[in-house]
Ligand binder design. Sequence first.
Ligand code: ATP
Ligand code: FE
Length: 331
Amino acid sequence: MIVLGIDTSCDDTSVAVLEDRKILSNVVSSQIKFHSKYGGIVPEIASRKHIECIWDVTEKAINEANLTMKDIELIAVCHGPGLIGSLLVGLCFAKALSYASRKSLIGVNHLEGHIQAIFLEKLYPDFPFLTLIVSGGHTSLYRVDDFGKYKELGRTRDDAAGEAYDKVAKMLGVGYPGGPVIDSMANEGNPEKFNLPRPYLHGSLDFSFSGLKTAVKLLLKNLGYEEGKVPDDVKKDISAAFQCCVIDVLIEKIKWAASMEKLKRVVITGGVAANSELRKRAKMIEGLEIYLPSKSLCTDNAAMIAVAGYHRFLRGEKSDLYLNARAYLPL
Ligand code: ATP
Ligand code: FE
């Protein structure tokens, strides 16, 4: 089955074409250059940029797949959670395409897309498995018993890990998005130079990263540096110390959750799962099988939406033109 996937949940316009689970094309048009000077996403700019490029990105995806619109059999679109204005652009576009071309439409939860990104890889786990979604807006643990069967075990009570990366990057003055920059600076820093808190929340599978972010802010103040004006060696050491705390907590919670749920297979996904240190340390966890989507499938992309839509369609699900966008949409 040929599936067209569309994701415009945040700042990337992405369209992909799959043949069942095989990726024929996965085009991601990034808006980073329009948002970076603001140190974060400006929702109004994001929706306007989606409108400007959605048609070109779709044509590119279909051309790269060497197909035409006639070949598409299913349109899978992300309808939440995300920025409402951004979601509406992708959703209205998908509905119009579905109506005009008489192709089936299926709405997909963005988080389900992140989880199912692993099914685009050659190596994927059998059910049941544990998933950590660690991204710009979420840090959540789920037990996954089957396609569509997700049980939340824990979530962040404040900032998501990716959000903490982005905010710390802003304090260090290294631009947006912060994850990839902190990832590479941390490699050159000493994680033991500064002592930052590890928010374990003992006894809970929830997370909390806002205290860690505030600790970095206080550290900079105590060291006498103005935010955004920090010497390179200090940036590297703070990046290493901050990253070490985040990863220690993520790894520990994966172990707790796996042991509580008696699960051996673990999928780590979402933008922060592209982090090189997290990937390295996760693979070293003894007694657990760790599955990581390739880096480009960890961050937002439409192939993950297409594969989740494909599995929903196989279960007999379909959406109609009343499908609505939702900023908040639990799995
Ligand atoms: P959500 O999926 O929760 O709705 P989102 O779609 O905005 O949020 P993603 O695209 O999945 O988030 O991930 C983006 C986040 O991942 C950003 O916060 C970014 O800083 C972070 N990130 C990307 N690469 C890395 C990396 N190498 N190390 C750490 N964080 C990273
Ligand atoms: Fe995402």
